[in-house]
Design a protein around this ligand. Structure first.
Ligand code: NAD
Ligand code: LMR
Length: 412
């Protein structure tokens, strides 16, 4: 078996599926360096298992990573080449066996002129194959799955439905699946933070925190600049943590208001509550558009060589590290904004008009999965967000969700 530096039985095993790709390699680097025991407060063993159908890419990445002197062990797994030594070996099984966290960046990225939806057919098939593997080889009552592959809006429903179909004989287990499977929309919050920081010309000591809800494509990405705030920069981990908090703050609102006044002259408007100053409509519209279509900027700049990889790996590692830390016992819960099946959360389900899947702040525990969803961000949207952005977000998201559900049900 092509293992590299496997070490003893790990306390936590993280599997990365698609680890040989642009996101997968960088994400694996950030896990190898970010999950060193010193950073998770407990001296427990962590193992990352890398899988890809591109054997050379994953073997190379894992071997390279294994030379980094952090106490996180690495293994790699790939299908045998034709005529290989052990044609019966199942590399996906070897990768997934015992994994408590599975991160999936496997799939095809966009080229200029393509939408994320254009990736649906090929990536849905890949996700379904990997879901079959997860259902066969992981403990579905314990594992968490984080999906990166696009289109996230449709593929999370494919993943949830496929896993649910695979354990439908056990209704209690099937009911747990939506609580443990999430799509990663964190890159949108990272972009919103970055773009607002640039627009306000903030100090390096400040972090702009912008909650983003909805989905991960165009109009479905709903950046809530009305609830943005500035916070002291406390390193990327802490910044990521604060992105998950809900509005929480007239105090920070007035601070960001002062900043906006100073940087953008008279472009301050006050909300009806008089507490949370808002950006000038033109400035805000440009920021919203840039966040919604930020992925296109990277696709255009790469000019056919793919889409965002480094920023996605950064965003993905923020979330994956928090899950791993929870599994290691270094934190009690994960509080994050994740794309999930929300029909089980009555309040979110009602507000989102039963769209089915939505990215909202969730509180997740190792035992229960997503136990709680926080609706405050949705309740506190301002008029522009509620009247201009919200209807388009829901309409487009509904189509994407339905596409994923129909595809999965047709193959169930
Ligand atoms: P990439 O082509 O560099 O890497 C994808 C990897 O997946 C490749 O190494 C490929 O061999 C592997 N792969 C393909 N089929 C596989 C299978 N069945 N099993 C295992 N591995 C398989 O692409 P990338 O730039 O890393 O992007 C990957 C995906 O992530 C794309 O779909 C992209 O659109 C998406 N993405 C999502 C976000 C987000 O915010 N959620 C951000 C950026 C990119
Ligand atoms: C992104 O937002 O960068 C990703 O979803 C990749 C893409 O296709 O834009």
């Amino acid at each position: 078996m092509p293992h590299v530096h496997t070490g003893a039985q790990p306390a936590v095993k993280v599997a990365v599926l698609g680890a040989g790709g642009g996101i997968g390699q960088t994400l694996s680097l950030l896990l190898k360096t970010g999950l060193a025991p010193a950073s998770v407060a407990q001296q427990r063993r962590v193992h990352i298992a890398l899988y890809d159908v591109n054997r050379d890419a994953v073997a190379g990445a894992a071997t390279d990573l294994s030379h980094i002197d952090t106490p996180v062990s690495v293994s790699w797994h790939a299908p045998e080449p034709a005529g290989g030594a052990d044609p019966l070996a199942d590399p996906l099984q070897a990768c997934l066996a015992g994994a408590q966290l599975v991160v999936i960046p496997a799939g095809v990225p966009r080229k200029p002129g393509m939408t994320r939806d254009d990736l649906f057919n090929i990536n849905a098939q890949i996700v379904r194959t990997l879901a079959d593997g997860i259902a066969r080889h992981c403990d579905l009552a314990r594992v968490f799955v984080l999906l990166i592959s696009n289109p996230v809006n449709s593929l999370v429903p494919v993943l949830v439905e496929t896993l649910t179909q695979r354990c439908r004989a056990d209704a209690a287990l099937a009911a747990q699946i939506p609580r443990r499977v999430f799509g990663l929309t964190q890159l949108d919050a990272v972009r919103a933070s970055s773009f607002l920081h640039q627009a306000l010309d903030c100090e390096p000591s400040e972090t702009a925190v912008v909650p983003v809800v909805g989905g991960h494509s165009g109009n479905t990405i709903l950046p809530l600049f009305s609830q943005a705030r500035l916070e002291p920069a406390r390193g990327s981990g802490a910044a990521a943590e604060s992105r998950t908090e809900s509005a929480a703050g007239a105090k920070t609102g007035s601070k960001i208001g002062a900043k906006i006044s100073a940087k953008l002259g008279s472009s301050i408007l006050n909300d009806t509550a008089g507490m949370m100053p808002t950006l000038d409509p033109g400035v805000r519209q440009r920021l919203v558009h840039r966040v919604q279509f930020g992925g296109d900027e990277v696709v255009r700049a790469k000019n056919g060589a793919g889409s965002a990889t480094l920023s996605m790996a950064y965003a993905g590692a923020q979330v994956a590290c928090k899950f791993a830390e929870m599994l290691l016992g270094a934190r009690n819960e994960v509080r994050d904004t994740l794309y999930a099946k929300v029909s089980g959360h009555a309040a979110v389900d009602a507000i989102t008009e039963h769209v089915g899947y939505f990215s909202v702040p969730l509180t997740i525990t190792a035992a229960q999965g997503a136990a709680e969803a926080d609706t405050r961000l949705l309740e506190q949207m301002d008029t522009y967000e509620r009247e201009q952005l919200w209807p388009a977000c829901l309409a487009e998201l509904r189509e994407s969700v339905d596409r994923g559900l129909e595809w999965a049900h047709a193959r169930g």
